[in-house]
Design a protein. Structure first.
Length: 218
C-alpha cells in the first residue's frame, strides 16, 4: 500500500508540474495527447474511490497479477470509451482545470487507499479481490501511465525506482517469463507492453519471449 501511495503521489506531482504546452504533446498512449491521459487519470482516481467503497463478501476471484487481462490487439484510440476521454479532456479547455480536478479527486483516492484495510475484499470489473491486491495491481497502472505521461517530455521526472521494479516483477508474472537482466526495468516495461519496439539486439536477447510480446494489458 505504501508503494501505491508513492507511485500515485509521484504521478500526480508530475502532472502538477506540467506546463500548458506540455498538455499538447503526444503521450505514450496511442491516439492520446498528454491532456487526454490526464483526463484518463481522473477517471482512474474515480475508479479507485468507487472500488474501495464497494465491499464484497465472496471469495477473491483474482489477485494483483490475474487482475490484468492480456488483450489480443493493442489499442488504436478508436474505442468509444477512448474517444469519450478525448472529448472530456477537450471540454476542460484550460490545462489548469485538469490539474485541479486530478489533484482534488486524486488526493481523495490517495487518502482512501491509505485508510483502507488491505485484507478487506472489494469488487470491481465483475471480480473480487482484496484491497491489498487491488492497490498492488494499480502500482503497475500508475507506473505505466507515468511512463506514458513523460514519453515526449524528457525533462519530466520518472516514476519511482521501486515502482518500476515492482511493475517489472508483476509483468514478468503475467508473462510467466523473465526479461533479460540487461534490460532496465523501464525498458522491460516499455518493450513488454508494446510502448516501444525492441531493437534487433533486444529481440535476440528476448529469445522465445519475443513471440509473446507485446503484452497488451486491459
Amino acid at each position: 500500500m505504501d508503494l501505491f501511495s508513492r507511485s500515485w503521489t509521484a504521478l500526480r506531482t508530475a502532472v502538477a508540474e506540467l506546463t500548458d504546452k506540455d498538455f499538447e504533446q503526444p503521450s505514450g498512449c496511442t491516439g492520446w495527447l498528454v491532456r487526454d491521459l490526464v483526463c484518463h487519470l481522473i477517471i482512474d482516481a474515480q475508479d479507485v474511490l468507487i472500488t474501495l467503497a464497494t465491499p464484497a463478501e465472496a471469495e477473491p476471484t483474482v489477485n494483483a497479477v490475474t487482475y490484468w487481462h492480456v488483450e489480443d490487439q493493442p489499442p488504436t484510440g478508436e474505442d468509444p470509451l477512448d474517444a469519450l476521454t478525448v472529448r472530456l479532456a477537450a471540454a476542460y479547455e484550460e490545462p489548469r482545470l485538469l490539474q485541479f480536478h486530478l489533484d482534488d479527486v486524486g488526493s481523495a483516492a490517495g487518502r482512501a487507499a491509505e485508510l483502507a484495510d488491505p485484507g478487506v475484499r472489494v469488487s470491481t470489473r465483475d471480480e473480487v479481490l482484496t484491497v491489498g491486491d487491488y492497490l498492488s495491481a494499480y502500482v503497475l497502472e500508475w507506473t505505466l501511465h507515468h511512463l506514458d505521461l513523460i514519453a515526449h517530455l524528457p525533462a519530466a521526472a520518472e516514476p519511482p525506482t521501486e515502482g518500476l521494479a515492482r511493475s517489472r516483477a508483476t509483468l514478468e508474472k503475467i508473462a510467466d517469463a523473465t526479461f533479460p537482466a540487461s534490460f532496465t526495468d523501464k525498458d522491460a516495461l516499455l518493450v513488454g507492453t508494446g510502448r516501444r519496439a525492441p531493437t534487433d539486439a533486444e529481440k535476440a536477447e528476448l529469445g522465445e519471449l519475443a513471440a509473446q510480446l507485446p503484452l497488451v494489458l486491459g
